[in-house]
Every structure is written in C-alpha cells, then in structure tokens.
Ligand binder design. Structure first.
Ligand code: FEO
Length: 162
C-alpha cells in the first residue's frame, strides 16, 4: 500500500508529465506554423513520450493500491522567438523535471518506500537521455545559426525520429 505523502507527490508528478506533453505539443504546433515539419514531428513524438511517462505513473499508483486524482493542467506558452529558443526552453524544462524526479526519490527514501524508489530509477535514467537529446539539438542549432541550408538538413534529420 502506498503512503499518502508518496501518493500525493506522484499525483503531482502525473500533472507535471501531462504538462510536459502539453508543452511539447504546443512547441510542435509552433513548428508546424513555422513550416518546419521535421521539428514539429520530433516535438509531437516528444509529447507522446510525456503522456506515456504520465501513464506509467498512473498505472503504478493503482498497482500500489493508491488513488489517482487529476488536477487542471496549466496552459503552455504558444510563442517562442526562434527554433533555438524553443529547444533552450525544452532543455531547461527537462532540467526542472529531473529535479522533480530526484525530489521524488528523496521522498521515497525518507518514507522508506523501496518499491517506489526502485520504480523511479527508470525515470532517473530517462531524464539523463531527455536532457542530452534536447541539449544536442540546442548545440546543432547554435552551429548552423539558422542558415537556411542547415535548417533544412536539421529539419530532415529530426523528421526521421521514430
Ligand atoms: Fe517525462 Fe521529459 O520527462
């Protein structure tokens, strides 16, 4: 049986993951509007992953005999200055999410909830990848400095994400 403190914190994390999905979907919509279909595709897949992260927590709460209660999801921004601004914000967002996951690990340790702590290790590893992927695209965008040829190539590359 999950402790109520841990249950509450995971419910908050479900909201944070859904917000991440909402944020990346908004970023995808921005790229659609900018005629960058590959960037839009990459972000739409990122949004889908976030909804999966939320569902993984959702199912875990039930497995542990807890209760999921869904709260309102904040509206994400819809405008950014440039593609690099989008990815810098995505990277910053992932760093923030990593902090939330680490806080959850600390809470499950202090509550002696070994099952939750063990479950969270998947997210700890996932966050390392999430930060690295967003940062790699920021670095590529810095190198090409939005030259039209470079942007075209990167759009094609990001459009190939499966
Ligand atoms: Fe669910 Fe991008 O972390």
């Amino acid at each position: 049986m999950i402790k109520s403190k841990v249950e509450k914190a995971i419910n908050e994390q479900i909201n944070a993951e859904l917000y991440s999905g909402y944020l990346y979907l908004s970023m995808s919509a921005y790229f659609e509007d900018q005629n960058l279909p590959g960037f839009a595709h990459w972000m739409a897949l990122q949004a889908k992953e976030e909804f999966e992260h939320a569902m993984k927590f959702y199912n875990f709460v039930f497995e542990r005999g807890g209760r999921v209660t869904l709260a309102a999801i904040d509206a994400p921004p819809s405008e950014w200055k440039s593609p690099i601004d989008v990815f810098e914000n995505a990277y910053k967002h992932e760093v923030k999410v990593t902090g939330l996951i680490h806080d959850l690990v600390a809470l499950s340790r202090s509550e002696k909830d070994v099952a939750t702590e063990n479950f969270l290790m998947w997210y700890v590893d996932e966050q390392v990848e999430e930060e690295a992927h967003a940062d790699a695209i920021v670095q590529k965008l810095k190198r090409i400095k939005e030259s039209s040829g470079g942007m075209f190539m990167l759009d094609r590359e990001l459009g190939g994400r499966e």
